[in-house]
Write a new protein. Structure first.
Length: 355
């Protein structure tokens, strides 16, 4: 009997010991949990407010002992961050020292320096391109605003016999939309002989007299590829010489600059190809001179050559459209046919915004 009783006591004592162990473990876990909440209260509060979009219940506890836990936690976190930064700095210093004194040969150092320079140049080029694209976009928006016409504004046409051919089509279309226009086009005129007809002065005078002009359309050139007199008088300037080009460009600039002062949008139509090869070569040079100056300004430049069916600098009587050949040039190999005039007029008008 005593043995049985002793065994019972032993079992009872074991169960009692196990119970106390469980209580001790639970007490330890609860203490660790409370300690974690105490030290990590800032992180818990931040998580709670970000998740539930309201203040954490722990923020309502303002006992000094509880608040001291937040300071202790902050100290631990700061120490951890400082330690991590120091380790990272130390590792980087070790790597840099190794690369500088052991890993990189003199030749490789030269290669790295060159590579860094190339990357810097590439970055500068990318920034310049980005700025250029942004500026180009702004200029396009400004130009589109200038080329917007409503019923209170007018369109001015200036040019030679080619403009005489296309202006009436555009005037009729504008009139149908209740937009008035002024057509000053005059045959046999250009920018080379201002004593015969002075386009810069004529356009300036017209813009001053008509403050309601919103858009200026210009088409000149076929009468210009010849030696021309200086504006100041004296000997003639040889066509396509640097002096001739500079003088011709200055006359283009006079027109555009005054239009810009008056906030008038400009559409400049460059000449088409010519059937006669010598005249065509002259036109090619003249168009190059024109474009060099026109590209300095915020104007809409329309190249009439592809519109009329020409292939770059090669003359063609016909435009191939929808597998059909349309005769766009007259028999003289210079001017436009009625169909060609209509096609070019429609193309030019497409760049206007009518309100």
């Amino acid at each position: 009997m005593n043995t049985l009783h002793d065994d019972f006591d032993d079992d009872y004592n074991d169960e009692d010991t196990n119970f106390y162990h469980v209580i001790l473990i639970l007490f330890f876990l609860m203490g660790a949990l409370v300690l974690s909440f105490w030290i990590m209260q800032n992180s818990i509060n931040s998580y709670y407010s970000q998740t539930y979009h309201k203040n954490s219940p722990l923020e309502n506890i303002d006992h000094p002992i509880w608040l001291a836990g937040a300071e202790i936690g902050k100290t631990f976190y700061d120490a951890r961050d400082n330690l991590a930064d120091n380790i990272q700095t130390y590792n980087q210093n070790v790597i840099d020292d190794f690369n500088e004194n052991y890993a990189y040969t003199p030749e490789y150092k030269v290669f790295l320096e060159k590579k860094q320079q190339e990357e810097a140049i590439k970055k500068q080029a990318e920034e310049a391109l980005k700025n250029q694209q942004m500026l180009s976009s702004q200029k396009q928006e400004q130009l589109q605003t200038l080329l917007t016409v409503d019923k209170s504004k007018k369109v001015l046409f200036a040019g030679d016999s080619m403009m005489q051919g296309i202006a009436p089509y555009m005037q009729k279309s504008l009139q149908n939309q209740q937009i008035q226009s002024i057509n000053l086009s005059k045959q046999s005129t250009g920018l080379a002989y201002p004593k015969f007809f002075d386009w810069p002065a004529t356009i300036k005078k017209t813009l001053m007299e008509h403050s309601d002009i919103q858009v200026l359309m210009v088409m000149l050139g076929p009468n210009d590829p010849w030696d021309m007199p200086k504006a100041s008088g004296g000997a003639y300037l040889k066509f396509n010489s640097p002096e001739w080009n500079q003088e011709y460009q200055s006359r283009i600039a006079q027109i555009i600059n005054f239009a810009e002062e008056k906030k008038v949008g400009v559409i400049w139509i460059t000449p088409p190809n010519m059937k006669k090869s010598s005249l065509n070569e002259q036109m090619i040079r003249l168009i190059s001179v024109m474009n060099e100056e026109l590209n300095r300004h915020n104007v809409k430049v329309i190249d009439s050559r592809p519109i009329m069916g020409g292939d770059l600098d090669v003359y063609s009587d016909y435009l191939l459209q929808n597998d059909k050949k349309i005769k766009t040039r007259s028999s003289d190999g210079i001017h436009f046919s009625p169909q060609g005039q209509q096609i070019l007029a429609n193309e030019v008008l497409s760049y206007l915004t009518i309100k």
